[in-house]
Design a protein around this ligand. Structure first.
Ligand code: CP3
Length: 341
C-alpha cells in the first residue's frame, strides 16, 4: 500500500509531487452546492456522517487528489463547548462573544466525545476511500479558534482577540490551554478512527508579534502535538501557521510537527531552506487558480522547479475560493502530473 501524501509527510521525496487542496470540498463544486442544500444548514452537513462523507469524496472522484480531508469545520470545538455557533449565508461564522467569566468556568471534560458524528465520518471515509488515498483529519489551532470565540465573527486582523489577550492575559492563556487539550482529544479520536495524518490550521498566526506568536501559537500547538504523541507516538502532524513569515523558521522544531503548510507569501528560496528539515506543503496563490492560463502555469512551474527535488506536497497557500473555475483545477492537476513525463 502506497499512500504518497503520507510517505512525503514522513520525509520521502516523490516526483511529480502528490496533490491536495485546502477546502477542496467546497462551493466551487456544483455537486457540493447540491449536497449542501440537501443537508440544510452548514452545521447539519458537518454532523451528518453520510453527507459529510459524500462531500469529502466528491473532489477525490472528480480530480483524483492524493489526499482527502475530513469535511467538518474548526469551529465545531467551540460549538460542543456550548457556544451558539451558526453560519449565515454570506456572513461566515457567528456566535455570541465569550466573556472572561465564561472562560473561567469553561470545563472541557467529556466534550470531545460529543463529536461522535465526526468520528463516524472518519471511519466511513477510511472504508470508502481508495486504498492509496491518504485520509487527513484536522483541527483549528487554539489561537485561531479563540479569535472567533472572542470576536464572535470573522474580522480582518483579529483586533478583538489581540486586545483581549493583552487585557486578560491569564484568562486568555487558560482558554488556549483548554482548547489545546480538547483539540488533542479530538485529533486522537480521529486517528483512532482511521485518519492517516492530521493538520492543525492556524489561519490567523500572521497577525501576532513575535512574543505573542511564541505564547499563543507555538506553545499551544506544541502542547497538542505532545499530548497526541503520548497515545500515538508516530502520529504524523502538519502545522499550518498561515502568515508566519520569518517565524516559520523554528516552527517545526519548536512545535514538533512533521510537516509545514506554507502560505503563498513564503519565498521559495526560504521554502527550500525549510524543506531541509522535512516536508513542506503548498504554496500556490489560490487566485492563480481563479485566473487560470499563464498565471496558473507559471505559478505551478516555479514551485515544482524550486521544491520538486525534496519532500513536497503540492497544495494551495490557503483554501480554494468559490470562484475557481472547475477547468482550472483540472489544468493544475494535469500540469503537475505531467511534470514527471
Ligand atoms: O478543506 C476542506 O475541504 C475540509 C473542510 C474545511 C472547512 N473549513 C469547510 C468549510 C476545513 C478544513 C475548514 C477549516 C476552517 N474553518 C478554517 C481554517 C482554514 C482556513 O480556511 O483558514 C477556518 C478559519 C474556518 C472557519 C470558517 N468556516 C469560516 C471563516 C467560514 C466562512 C468562510 C467561507 O468560506 O464561507 C467557514 C465556512 C466553511 N467551512 C465553508 C466550508 C466548505 C463554507 C460554508 C458553506 O458551504 O456554506
Amino acid at each position: 500500500m502506497t499512500r504518497k501524501v503520507l510517505n512525503v509527510l514522513k520525509g520521502e521525496t516523490v516526483f511529480p509531487p502528490p496533490i491536495w487542496m485546502m477546502r477542496q470540498a467546497g462551493r466551487y463544486l456544483p455537486e457540493y452546492r447540491q449536497t449542501r442544500q440537501q443537508a440544510g444548514s452548514f452545521l447539519d452537513l458537518c454532523y451528518n456522517p453520510e453527507l459529510a462523507t459524500e462531500v469529502t469524496l466528491q473532489p477525490i472522484r472528480r480530480y483524483g487528489f492524493d489526499a482527502a480531508i475530513l469535511f467538518s469545520d474548526i469551529l465545531v470545538i467551540p460549538h460542543v463547548l456550548g457556544r451558539d455557533l451558526r453560519f449565515e449565508e454570506g456572513r461566515g461564522p457567528l456566535m455570541t462573544p465569550v466573556t472572561v467569566d465564561e472562560i473561567k468556568d469553561l470545563d472541557i471534560t467529556g466534550k470531545a466525545a460529543k463529536l461522535s458524528a465526526v468520528y463516524e465520518t472518519v471511519s466511513r471515509l477510511r472504508e470508502q476511500l481508495p486504498n492509496e488515498t491518504t485520509l487527513l483529519g484536522f483541527c483549528g489551532a487554539p489561537w485561531t479558534v479563540a479569535t472567533y470565540m472572542i470576536a464572535g465573527h470573522g474580522t480582518p486582523d483579529q483586533a478583538p482577540a489581540r486586545l483581549f489577550a493583552y487585557q486578560h492575559r491569564d484568562v486568555f492563556i487558560k482558554l488556549l490551554t483548554d482548547l489545546a487539550d480538547i483539540s488533542a482529544e479530538y485529533l486522537i479520536e480521529q486517528l483512532n478512527c482511521g485518519a492517516d495524518a492530521v493538520q492543525i490550521f492556524d489561519s490567523w498566526s500572521g497577525v501576532l508579534d513575535e512574543d505573542c506568536f511564541e505564547d499563543f501559537c507555538i506553545k499551544p500547538v506544541a502542547r497538542i502535538v505532545k499530548k497526541v504523541r503520548e497515545t500515538h507516538p508516530d502520529a504524523v502532524i502538519i502545522g499550518f501557521p498561515k502568515g508566519a513569515g520569518m517565524l516559520y523558521r523554528d516552527y517545526r522544531a519548536k512545535t514538533g510537527v512533521n510537516a509545514l503548510g506554507l502560505d503563498w507569501s513564503v519565498p521559495l528560496t526560504f521554502a527550500q531552506e525549510l524543506q531541509q528539515q522535512g516536508a513542506v506543503q503548498g504554496n500556490l496563490d489560490p487566485l492563480r487558480v481563479v485566473a487560470g492560463g499563464k498565471a496558473l502555469d507559471e505559478g505551478i512551474d516555479v514551485i515544482l522547479e524550486k521544491l520538486g527535488q525534496g519532500p513536497l506536497i503540492f497544495n494551495l497557500g490557503h483554501g480554494i475560493t468559490p470562484q475557481a473555475p472547475l477547468e482550472n483545477v483540472a489544468q493544475m492537476v494535469n500540469r503537475i502530473r505531467q511534470a514527471g513525463a
